[in-house]
Design a binder for this molecule. Structure first.
Ligand code: HH2
Length: 255
């Protein structure tokens, strides 16, 4: 899954793709580099700065000049939003997946929308703030259980749900690392798992680095995530990640 942030303030690439032509060209590059899904977002979740909320109008105004052109690339598009109204608009335009970083637990209309449209949804774990004293794996499992109850009540079929532990969201760096190390524990739900470790801060606690110096760390995290059962990885650096995953798969196949 390739990341397309049309935001002035995303933590690693804020402002780079605000120009619609540049954003569309970047999406085309990621498709060519082998992305199977593109994930478009117009409100930064800013896992490390505290979100600067945008109104639905502003979010839609950022998406409007870009999203229809990205749909035309023919790669399934997921819409990264916590607002049901924005998700509905993006699905109307042809988006195929909803990516909710509050796991159906923020906007009360999100679960009904996803159920009605019959689309897949990414349910991501989140917390208002990190607490180093908690057992993060138990917290993620309890959160997924709540989200799955909400989904079931709304009528979302289980096979349309992907679970994501939300690397960097309401977690200390050590807790983010634990979520990847113990990814297998989230397999108990029998659902596909997504991991988004791209350029995130926990990498710099292991090897001090600015976001765009974290490509090696991101690839390492995603390779291990796939080995531990991730079906999807959400990345900024599609070309490098596809190469790493294909080489790993070739080595595995030759065992
Ligand atoms: N991470 C970010 C945003 N959306 N969605 C899912 N499902 N999983 C993630 O780990 C995830 C996500 C944060 O990364 P980024 O998009 O680069 O930054 P920002 O939210 O600041 O735009």
């Amino acid at each position: 899954m390739g990341i397309l942030n049309i935001t002035p303030d995303s933590f690693s690439d804020g402002g780079r793709f605000l120009d619609p032509a540049v954003a569309i060209a970047h999406a085309a590059d990621m498709a060519k580099a082998g992305a199977d899904i593109l994930d478009i977002g117009a409100e930064s979740t800013r896992p490390y700065g505290g979100p600067v909320p945008v109104t639905a109008n502003e979010e839609k105004a950022r998406l409007e000049p870009v999203l229809p052109a990205v749909i035309k690339l023919g790669v399934p598009l997921s819409i990264d939003t916590i607002k049901a109204s924005i998700a509905a608009w993006a699905l109307d335009q042809g988006a195929a997946i909803v990516n909710d970083v509050w796991g159906l637990q923020r906007d009360p209309d999100m679960a009904t929308l996803v159920a009605r449209r019959g689309v897949p949804v990414i349910v991501m774990h989140n917390r208002e703030s990190a607490d180093e004293a908690i057992d993060i794996i138990a917290d993620v499992i309890a959160f997924f259980s709540r989200s799955l109850e909400i989904a079931a009540r709304a009528g979302i079929p289980r096979e349309n749900i992907v679970l994501d532990p939300g690397i960097g969201f309401g977690k200390t760096p050590d807790q983010s690392i634990a979520c990847i190390a113990r990814l297998g524990e989230f397999k108990r739900f029998g659902l596909p798992l997504l991991v988004g470790a791209s350029r995130k801060r926990f990498i710099s606690t292991v090897t001090p680095s600015s976001p765009d110096e974290r490509i090696g760390g991101s690839i390492s995290a995603h390779l291990l995530a796939v080995e531990k059962g991730a079906a999807i990885v959400r990345v900024h650096d599609v070309k490098e990640t596809v190469q790493a995953l294909r080489v790993a798969a070739a080595i595995e196949a030759a065992r």
